[in-house]
Design a protein around this ligand. Structure first.
Ligand SMILES: [Zn+2]
Length: 485
């Protein structure tokens, strides 16, 4: 397969691999650049829908879901795996076209050997807004992994799973990392409830499912200061009551999803994260300790925990808050994490937090997962700003119209009236709008509407110049990865 020139297209050279007496490659058809799978050897019989057989016997197949599944059976490194507590980085990809750029970023920074990537990662909310399925998300990432000749471990994150019913399509597709988000069961009012209300609410908790009694918890948490190595935590009774009210039902719900997962996945290894990043108030030190310790008591084997940290973590922009305050809080969260020793800290809405990465990398000692989602889609818009000014202006106008509706489930400071009028700007200045705070957030949260209306245009633009999108992503993510190396 090395020697032949593919008559009807070009082989992607990094993809060529011989395994179990067969040879596999990814190729592009000359006529429309469509990606196809080339196979020679006995494995040919396992694939479906042959398009053409070349003189050397290599047969070309379409990149269908069925052939993706077959290829994963042939080449085990194309299956995502559980990554445990290794330093990891989540690359969300809402369009299914970014993985090759993510791989380039991993390679140019030398992160390949040091950071475990999660190349397939979409939340239930993202899938419903983009109309993609967990299987499509995973297959898109896998074809890119194959084409780039990536062999190191990688994961697939079923992000923000909120109910048991969300699990089945992710399990069927072979996801390996499950982010359980019990935020619908977090009682945010606990933050300001009176002692009397807290006591009344505690009495109403589903104690049978918490597998303990209040008196026992009181003795454990409030009996004496808790030593976590770097410092001690004082639990006053109000801290315990508040933590119980705020997170008690969320813990029960997390345990229920975890049990359902165990039943569905059986002995297959997988990772569980619990995320409480989308709550109204930061997770206190006491609450972090309480959550980690009760998860252990409930046998929820988390390898990753996403508290809500102090300050503002907003979509697509740098941290809003005092880095010094974040650092002192994060140091305490990291100390608790080390005390338990069984999970890493997960940073949600983790893209573009450039001012925090050095602090996070240093204080977590690498026990960290950084999760990014929409920033890859924003790189596609940056490319549009450079290459398709009319398309970019149309998308920006459209986003401004849809912002009030689309922003609903997000915490944001953006004000649409501060978005500059792109029609009054020369084309050459459009790319700089991707660095303007309000514009960036407005474009970011309207991804569902924009991809609905302009997704085909964006995909056509990327198809015409894949290298430009890849290079843009590699440059952007190198800045994310480098602080963790
Ligand atoms: Zn999140």
């Amino acid at each position: 397969m090395h020697d032949i020139s593919l008559a009807s297209g070009t082989i992607e050279p990094q993809s060529v691999v011989a395994h179990n007496n067969s040879t596999f490659c990814s190729a592009r058809l000359a006529e429309d650049d469509t990606r196809v799978l080339g196979v020679s050897g006995p494995a040919i019989s396992r694939f479906a829908g042959a398009l053409e057989t070349l003189p050397d016997g290599t047969t070309l197949f379409p990149c269908t879901p069925r052939n993706a599944a077959t290829l994963r059976m042939q080449l085990p490194w194309l299956r995502p795996i559980a990554l445990g507590t290794a330093t990891s980085f989540g690359f969300g990809d809402r369009m299914g076209l970014a993985t090759s750029g993510h791989i380039q970023a991993m390679r140019i920074t030398g992160a390949e050997a040091l950071i475990a990537p999660i190349f397939a990662q979409q939340s239930v909310r993202e899938n419903s807004r983009t109309g993609r399925t967990p299987q499509q998300v995973l297959d898109d990432a896998m074809w890119a992994v194959f084409a780039a000749g990536w062999r190191a471990p990688w994961g697939a994150d079923a992000d923000h799973v909120k109910q048991i019913n969300d699990l089945a399509p992710f399990v069927a597709a072979g996801y390996t990392f499950y982010t359980i988000d019990p935020s619908d069961h977090v009682d945010n009012a606990a933050q300001t409830d009176s002692l009397e209300t807290l006591r009344a609410k505690v009495a109403e908790l589903p104690w049978g499912q918490l597998h303990t009694r209040y008196e026992a918890l009181h003795a454990t948490y409030c009996g004496q200061p808790i030593d976590v190595g770097a410092f001690t935590i004082d639990f006053h009774e109000t801290d315990l009551l508040r933590a119980l009210v705020k997170y008690g039902r969320a813990l029960v719900h997390t345990a229920a999803i975890s049990q359902a997962l165990a039943a569905q996945l059986g002995s297959q290894p997988y990772d569980i994260e619990m995320s409480v990043d989308e709550t109204d108030t930061p997770t206190s030190i006491q609450e972090h300790y309480f959550i980690a310790s009760q998860l252990r008591a409930l046998d929820v084997p988390v390898v990753s925990l996403a508290p809500r940290f102090v300050g503002k973590f907003q979509k697509g922009v740098d941290y809003i808050g005092y880095v010094g305050e974040f650092a002192s809080e994060f140091a305490r969260h990291a100390a608790i994490m080390r005390h338990f020793g069984s999970y890493k800290l997960s940073i949600h809405t983790g893209s573009d937090k450039f001012s925090l990465y050095p602090v996070i990398a240093q204080l977590s000692h690498g026990r960290v997962h950084v999760k990014t989602a929409g920033t890859s889609y924003l790189e596609a818009l940056r490319l549009a700003a450079k290459q398709r000014p009319a398309l970019f202006r149309a998308m920006l106008d459209y986003a401004r119209e849809h912002f009030e509706h689309d922003r609903k489930t997000y915490f944001l400071d953006a004000q649409p009236d501060r978005v500059p009028d792109s029609w009054a700007m020369p084309d050459a200045e459009l790319p700089a709008l991707l660095e303007q705070f309000d514009t960036r957030q407005v474009l970011h949260v309207c991804f569902g509407s924009i991809l609905d209306a302009f997704g085909d245009d964006l995909r056509a633009m990327i198809a015409e110049d894949e290298q430009a999108y890849r290079d843009g992503l590699a440059h952007h993510f190198a800045r994310h990865l480098q602080p963790f190396l």
